[in-house]
Design a binder for this molecule. Sequence first.
Ligand SMILES: Cc1ncc(C[n+]2csc(CCOP(=O)(O)OP(=O)(O)O)c2C)c(N)n1
Ligand SMILES: [Mg+2]
Length: 502
Amino acid sequence: MSMLQLLTKTRTCGVNFIIKRMICTNYYLTSNAYDQANVSSSFSLIGVGHLRRNRKPDAFGFGFSDFSSSNRGVYFGGRYHSSMKLAGEQILSEEDEDEDRDEEEEKQGFDFPGGKIEYTTIINFLPGSFEKRVQCYRVLDEDGYPISSNMTELASKEVALKVYKGMVTLNTMDKFFYEAQRQGRLSFYLTSFGEEAVNLASAAALSSDDIVLAQYREPGVLLWRGFTVQDFANQCFGNKAGHGKGRQMPIHYGSKNLNYVTISSPLTTQLPQAVGMAYSLKMDKKDSCVVAFFGEGSTSEGDFHAALNFAAVMDAPVVFFCRNNGWAISTPVTQQFRSDGIVVKGQAYGISSIRVDGNDALAIYDAVRNARQIAINEQRPILIEAMTYRVSHHSTSDDSTKYRSTDEIEHWKTTHSPVTRFQKWLERKGWWSDSEEAKLHVEAKKEVKQAIDEAEREEMPQLGDMFTDVYDVLPSNLMEQETSLRETIQRHPMDFPKNMPI
Ligand SMILES: Cc1ncc(C[n+]2csc(CCOP(=O)(O)OP(=O)(O)O)c2C)c(N)n1
Ligand SMILES: [Mg+2]
């Protein structure tokens, strides 16, 4: 649009006019003019509102401080004000000159670290969001039919069956562990219902050398890698066979051998750690990457932003995997952020990003496999946003029917079930049958029940274990704490579990 068109179009448009014009004027500012124009933006905006009501362009003769100090303020007192007082040909020829100069500048642009930036004479605020949301990659529809015929051979039969069996085992474990908590046998539990595909299909796409830093709703990754149902039960019961020796709350799993870093309760701490680890893999020229899982709610933590920026700038081979399950305890995504989810945030930090159907195991498998290859081969970060739904309550401490409708839960549980979708696909391929399905459920139940019974029977860790495994030599403050704890137990034996070996 030429300056003449701009002027004609916006002559009576108050704020629009001012804003469009001030950009043109901005380039001719001297630092002296900037000093004169150093009026607070709030004052200026009140002034503009007043002008708009009164439609008096001649009254533009006060300073209009710009929206950011980097634009150095806009001065309306000088050049622009005087030209507005004139009319007709004289203005137009001056504006024509402006136009030529603007176009010239537009073409030239300027070099800035990171690449050339073109100038524009049109004030154009980037939209906060686009009408059309970022598309979601999927392979299978809700009924397990491939959307495109050339996408069905993504996973081998062996991988596909291991993914499906893992989903069912995870599901069964969740059902029984959840009930065990309700019966008072476990202190706490948290399920992954609705996110079975995210768990198993992502794990299947990784190599066992890849280091996983998870949030807490990704036990399926550990299951895939060989953590047994018994290992899960031992950790949840905090018995002496559990890897944490009862020092962590239930569901804070970890395994050094399986490259799965122990879960931390404080949200998002795992993301900067993941980037640091990925950078160390890069320095050691390893043929593996780091995969960091997190929920969409956790992206409101500062650590998320620090991690993404750090990874982008350091070209760290890390795959950020966000499970956007719609809820962060009782906070829906609509109250969590205004952006189009998380995928656009990756892009904002200069990270290649993709949105994927989180209830489609094949799509997840494909996306993670590709992401991993890019991260390793090109030594840079990738972000995946998997759209899914937390079908369960947040944890055993939550009742989600207090803040969301049962219809909503039911809809996702039935229409979008990742397990049913994948099962239908397997059956159509002739890789799975009803009898195998029934057998799998019977076996999974048996395995989980046995594991719970066994974990319950196992001895509790020694009290002294609470203080070991961090320092080679116990520091004096921990020695004092241990002495104090033993004295307290002796004074109040009824307040401590009877089965705790002291
Ligand atoms: C730093 C921090 N703040 C708050 C909490 C409490 N908290 C635990 S889980 C959770 C919700 C996280 O939601 P999201 O990241 O979406 O994961 P989801 O539970 O949906 O899988 C909150 C707020 C915490 N553990 N750590
Ligand atoms: Mg969430």
